[in-house]
Design a protein around this ligand. Structure first.
Ligand code: HAM
Length: 420
C-alpha cells in the first residue's frame, strides 16, 4: 500500500469544512481591509529563499525541499509566502508609481522539512497578508489587527499578541556586538550550529531549537536595551496605537522570529491550547530591507502569516463551536423512470436557486432511500410519485415536524425560500 508522505495530511469531511469556514472568515476580514487576493507559484528559484529568508535560518538551512528540475535549475518548494510576494512585486515593477500601498493576501500550501508533531507538518497551509509601500506605523497596526480580529471572529479566546522590536539596522548592529561579547566566553556551551552562528549571524542563536532551554540564552542581552532613539520611539508609538485600538498585547523582549528579513516590529500570535501548551498560531513583522535585498528599490513593508492547521487544532482543543453549514436542504425521492426525470429537473432547479439538494444515485428502493434520509437529515423531502406528477404536484415533507403536504411544482421554490 502506498501511504501519504510523512508530515502531510489528507483533508476531507468535517476537517475540510472547518478549513472552508476559517477561509471564509479570513477572506471577509481581508475584504474589509481592502486586501487583494494573490497567488504565487508553489516553487520558486532556490536563491529567492536563500537571499530572502536568510542563509543562516533553520528554515533555509535545514528545512527546505530543494530539487533540480530537468533544465538543471535549482528550485525550492516555498517554505513561506512573503519572499514570493516580494519577488512578484519587484518583477512586475509595481514600485514604479506608488500612489497607494500594495495590499495583498494569500493562502496555500507551504513546505518545511520539520520533525512532524501535533501542529507541525512538512506540508501545511498558511494564510498571510503583505502590506507593501508604507513605513507608517498605521500599516503595522493594520496588519496586527487583521490577525487579532480574525482570531476573535474565529472564537479563540486564549490568544495573545506577543510583541517585540528588532529596531533599525543601526540598533541591530549594536545588539549584534553585544551578543558576540556575551556569547564569546560561553561558546563551548553552545550547540555546533550556534558556534557557527556566533560568527555569521549571532541573532539566530536566540532562535535555536537545541539551545532554547538553556539559561544562558534566557540571560542574553535584550534588543530593547540597544535600540536607538528613533527605533525606541517607533516601538512606543506602536504600543500606544495598539492600546488606542483595544488590541491586547504582551511584550516579550526575547521574541525573535525564525526568518532573517525583519526589522522594527515583530509579533507572534500565541495561543494557550489545552494539550499543546503555548503554540504560535501566526507571526509577522516589518521587513523594510527585504525588497532592496531581492533586487528592488528601498521600499518598506510589513506582513503576517498564520497556520491553518494550528489554528484549527487550537479551535478544536478549545471547544470552539463552529457554525458549519453542513445540512442538506432538500432530498428528492423517486422510483419510476418518469419520477427520475422530474427528479433531475428539480435537482437542477433547486440547486440553481441556492438549495443544497441531494438525491439517490444508487437506484435504491424507497425503503433504502428513507435510510439515507436518516443519515443525511435533510430539512425537507420531496417525494415524487407518478400520480401527483400528472397534476403537476409533489409531496413535500418537513423532516422535523414530519408534516406532509401536496404542493404545486411551480410554487415549490417560493415555499422553500420562505421556509428554509
Ligand atoms: P512563520 O512564523 O514562519 O512566518 O510562519 C507563520 C505561521 O505558519 C506559524 O505561526 C505557524 O502557525 C505556521 N507554521 C509554520 N511552520 C509550520 C509547520 N511546519 N506546520 C504547521 N504550521 C506551521 C512566516 O512564514 C512569515 N512569512 C510571516 C510573515 C508574513 N512575515 C511577514 N509577512
Amino acid at each position: 500500500m502506498i501511504t501519504k508522505p510523512k508530515g502531510t495530511m489528507d483533508v476531507y469531511g468535517i476537517d475540510a469544512k472547518k478549513r472552508e469556514y476559517v477561509n471564509e472568515i479570513l477572506r471577509s476580514v481581508c475584504n474589509k481591509y481592502n486586501y487583494n487576493y494573490i497567488e504565487t507559484p508553489i516553487f520558486e528559484a532556490s536563491e529567492l529563499y536563500h537571499r530572502g529568508v536568510g542563509e543562516d535560518t533553520d528554515i533555509v538551512n535545514k528545512e527546505t525541499y530543494t530539487f533540480k528540475d530537468r533544465g538543471d535549475r535549482s528550485l525550492t518548494l516555498r517554505p513561506e509566502g512573503t519572499a514570493g510576494v516580494v519577488r512578484w512585486f519587484i518583477e512586475n515593477k509595481l514600485y514604479g508609481n506608488i500612489t497607494e500601498p500594495t495590499k495583498v493576501f494569500y493562502n496555500g500550501k507551504m513546505y518545511r522539512y520539520e520533525r512532524p508533531q501535533a501542529g507541525r507538518y512538512r506540508e501545511f497551509t498558511q494564510f498571510g497578508v503583505e502590506f507593501i509601500g508604507s513605513d507608517d506605523i498605521l500599516a503595522d497596526i493594520d496588519v496586527i489587527s487583521v490577525a487579532y480580529n480574525t482570531y476573535n471572529l474565529l472564537g479563540l479566546k486564549n490568544v495573545t499578541i506577543v510583541l517585540n522590536t528588532l529596531g533599525d539596522q543601526d540598533s541591530r548592529d549594536k545588539y549584534r556586538d553585544a551578543l558576540i561579547k556575551y556569547f564569546n566566553p560561553l561558546i563551548n556551551s553552545l550547540c555546533e550550529d550556534c558556534q557557527k552562528r556566533l560568527k555569521s549571524n549571532p541573532l539566530r542563536i536566540l532562535d535555536c531549537k537545541i539551545d532554547s532551554d538553556q539559561d544562558l540564552l534566557k540571560k542574553a542581552p535584550k534588543i530593547i536595551d540597544y535600540l536607538n532613539k528613533e527605533s525606541l520611539t517607533r516601538y512606543n508609538n506602536i504600543k500606544e496605537y495598539l492600546e488606542l485600538m483595544d488590541i491586547n498585547y504582551q511584550e516579550d523582549f526575547s521574541l525573535v522570529r525564525g526568518l532573517d528579513y525583519y526589522d522594527h516590529t515583530i509579533f507572534e500570535i500565541i495561543a494557550d491550547v489545552p494539550g499543546l501548551g503555548n503554540i504560535a498560531l501566526g507571526g509577522g513583522g516589518r521587513y523594510n530591507g527585504l525588497i532592496e535585498k531581492l533586487g528592488g528599490p528601498n521600499i518598506p513593508a510589513v506582513g503576517f502569516a498564520m497556520g491553518y492547521d494550528r489554528t484549527i487544532l487550537a479551535m478544536d482543543n478549545s471547544n470552539v463551536n463552529l457554525k458549519l453549514r453542513d445540512d442538506i436542504d432538500v432530498y428528492i425521492m423517486y422510483v419510476s423512470k418518469t419520477e427520475k426525470e422530474t427528479a433531475a429537473y428539480l435537482l437542477q432547479d433547486l440547486r440553481l436557486n441556492g438549495f443544497i439538494t441531494e438525491t439517490d444515485y444508487l437506484n435504491k428502493s424507497l425503503k433504502a432511500q428513507f435510510k439515507s434520509i436518516e443519515r443525511l437529515n435533510p430539512k425537507y423531502l420531496i417525494i415524487l410519485n407518478d400520480q401527483d406528477l400528472k397534476e403537476n404536484k409533489v409531496t413535500l415533507k418537513d423532516n422535523l415536524t414530519k408534516e406532509e403536504q401536496k404542493i404545486e411544482i411551480n410554487n415549490l421554490i417560493d415555499y422553500l425560500d420562505t421556509n428554509i
